[in-house]
Ligand binder design. Structure first.
Ligand SMILES: [Mn+2]
Length: 311
């Protein structure tokens, strides 16, 4: 990876503001706070701020900084893990003196004055450790912890196809600073007892069709009883996703209009064209639908059965 000019630009600015995408995940927050900490350790005279209105719902990260517009204007803005400028969670970065983009998504919007985009990297938390290594500056356990969280989660625990030798080399490098791998795993992935019980309920109430399709329907009462928003409840779809026999799995949740929104997943067959028939869409193997009646649910399940017969 070529970081020509990056360290030189960082050295030129007294104020640095760090940004990442809205609805931050661990790669966004991990790269942001990892870079902040690394800058603080190596350039203690600089003022470094991590900005954004939202917080990462997974794992523990520090609070965001709050600063005025003047400070932003005088700063170098570094935007992390954000493919297009509209997605940044604090649009004031556009007023900064200079903008640097560091990302691993396809570079359709090279909005930085300097862009360091490596779309074969599995995470920004794979890119930053490489940069830190190349600078030969100080590295700490705290920085390594933040980055490891992002690397671990963006690769779904090193299970995605973009987990390459370099990804694991960076994981190895980060782990050399004495981070506790089991503790980080517990922090990121342990369930609350309440969620454990809800996950058990999801598994228990799954209707299984021809051993190949799993379907959970949660009405308003269920959601109230489990204290879940429809979106939170559907996030448990992975509970159904690791069964050898299942080719398609779904969770439907009742909405305010007493219709059902659904999350749909498939192992191999295409489902987004079917989702489109039901006010939805998405990716080939991961789609959503909106405002289905109970009859619509039966119909979409029939469509799925027919799709599996064709396959
Ligand atoms: Mn990412």
């Amino acid at each position: 990876m070529n970081f020509e000019g990056l360290l030189e630009t960082i050295e030129r600015f007294d104020i640095i503001t760090l940004y990442r995408h809205e609805h931050p995940d661990c790669d966004a927050a991990g790269s942001q706070f990892g870079l902040k900490e690394w800058l603080n350790v190596n350039f203690p005279q600089k003022k470094v701020y991590a900005l954004g209105n939202e917080t990462c719902s997974q794992g523990n990260f520090p609070n965001n900084d709050v600063i005025d517009d003047e400070t932003v204007k005088n700063s170098l803005a570094i935007v992390l893990d954000t493919a297009n400028k509209e997605r940044a969670d604090d649009q004031r970065f556009l007023n900064a003196k200079m903008i640097i983009k560091i990302d691993h998504h396809p570079n359709y919007d090279p909005f930085g004055n300097q862009n360091y985009v490596f779309d074969d990297a599995a995470a920004v938390c794979e890119i930053l450790p490489e940069f830190f290594q190349q600078t030969h500056l100080k590295m700490t356990k705290q920085v390594a912890e933040y980055l490891y969280k992002g690397l671990l989660t963006d690769t779904l625990c090193f299970r995605t196809s973009n987990t390459k030798p370099h990804t694991l080399e960076m994981a190895s490098y980060l782990s050399s600073f004495g981070i506790s791998i089991p503790e980080i795993n517990r922090e990121l992935f342990d369930l609350s007892l309440e969620d454990f019980r809800f996950a058990s309920y999801i598994r228990k109430s799954a209707q299984i069709i021809n051993d190949t399709i799993a379907c959970v329907i949660l009405n308003e009462e269920d959601l109230q009883k489990w204290n879940k928003t429809p979106g939170n409840a559907r996030n448990f779809i992975d509970e159904l996703g690791h069964v050898r026999e299942f080719q398609i799995w779904t969770i439907f949740t009742e909405n305010k209009d007493h219709l059902y929104d659904g999350s749909l997943r498939s192992k191999r067959v295409t489902i987004n064209d079917i989702a489109q028939k039901y006010h939805g869409g998405g990716h080939k193997n991961a789609s959503g639908v909106k405002n289905l009646s109970r009859d619509d649910i039966l119909n979409i399940l029939t469509d799925f059965q027919n799709r599996l017969k064709e396959a």
